[in-house]
Design a protein around this ligand. Structure first.
Ligand code: HEM
Length: 311
């Protein structure tokens, strides 16, 4: 292990410790996005990405996939309406027997630019978690201290509980590079667009939901047929930041639909053990230099280590 890895895994331990201190420790569960359900799916690329990348799952052949939908909270028993951001982690099976993961969320940007500022922001939330403090009070304290967090936390505040896991748009937030057979590079971000459209609950409807309404709703939906999402890539242009997850690209960037995911049914509980690592990319795709993206590899490994040992 070189010095850089030692340094970044030390920071990853610190980050996961900070999450536990601020948001609670739930043995055997993921240290974030603890409550989730895994499903089987098939991904069918449409060939539109083939001129941009040699990635095997984005050519012309369908691949099997696993999809884990989740609440963002660390609490595995939290009622779904109380955990605003939802995750959609997809693991594609590659023809060589390996996997690649695309881990997305219902927010377009993140609230921290670097691993260290993520830890510092959690520290500020902890300092401000005094009796009677609301989430809004804690967010205000963070935004006053960390300008970079403002847009990301505003986006969290704007989230509405979805009608279904199948009626959200999910974003990669981070940029990646597609590399084609000529070695040409194109910066991209990903989005999953639900074929069922975007649908959210009204305040009245929120009150009527059971704690696990999202899993129940998806079971009901799947009993009638597969649930589909289109995968789009957003093409970055010269000057669009590729290393800053707190900053969105302009809305008018070209989007290409590159394939369709069809979710068919629930997977075995054993699939929960998997790590959906957003840095696990195949030939034809490279991670950008975004420090948060690259840090997630070590942070997820620390969480997996703890949860797989029953800690
Ligand atoms: C410093 C930044 C971050 C840290 C420390 C962090 C930490 C974690 C940890 C510890 C887990 C549990 C991993 C496991 O046990 O398998 C997790 C899961 C997850 N995170 Fe992050 N995360 C960060 C940034 C992000 C960002 C920017 C996104 C947005 C796409 C994101 C989305 C998710 C999702 C969707 C999951 C659930 C994955 C699954 O279903 O297995 N995280 N995160």
């Amino acid at each position: 292990m070189d010095n850089k890895n030692v340094e970044s895994s030390g920071l990853a331990v610190e980050a996961v410790d900070s999450i536990e201190e601020v948001a609670g420790k739930y043995p055997s569960y993921r240290r974030a996005h603890a409550k989730g359900v895994v499903y089987h799916a098939v991904f069918t690329p449409n060939g539109q990405a083939a001129s941009l990348t040699t990635a095997p799952h984005l050519q012309n052949h369908e691949v099997q996939a696993l999809v884990r939908f989740s609440n963002s909270s660390t609490n595995p028993s939290i009622p779904d309406v109380f955990s605003p951001a939802k995750g959609m982690a997809v693991q594609f099976e590659l023809p060589d027997g390996g996997v690649t993961s695309l881990v997305t969320i219902t927010l377009p940007i993140f609230f921290a630019k670097t691993p260290q500022s993520f830890i510092d922001i959690l520290g500020t939330i902890k300092e401000n978690s005094v009796e009677g403090a609301t989430t809004a009070d804690k967010f205000k304290a963070v935004m006053e201290k960390y300008e970079e967090s403002r847009a990301g936390l505003q986006a969290v505040k704007m989230l509405q509980p979805p009608l279904s896991f199948a009626t959200n748009r999910y974003h990669s937030i981070h940029a990646y590079y597609f590399i084609n057979s000529n070695g040409e590079r194109q910066a991209v971000k990903y989005e999953w667009e639900p074929e069922a459209g975007l649908h959210y609950l009204t305040n009245e409807e929120v009150k009527a939901q059971s704690p696990n309404y999202l899993e129940d709703e998806l079971a009901e939906r799947l009993s009638k047929g597969p649930v589909a999402f289109q995968l789009s890539v957003v093409l970055g242009q010269e000057g669009d930041p590729t290393d800053d997850p707190t900053s969105a690209w302009p809305e008018d960037r070209e989007r290409i639909v590159v394939g369709e995911l069809s979710i068919t049914g629930i997977a075995d509980e054993k699939a929960q053990d998997r790590v959906f690592d957003p840095t696990d990319v195949p030939t034809g795709i490279e991670c950008s230099k975004d420090p948060i993206l690259n840090f997630r590899h070590d942070a997820y490994a620390v969480s997996h280590d703890r949860r797989s040992q029953g800690q």
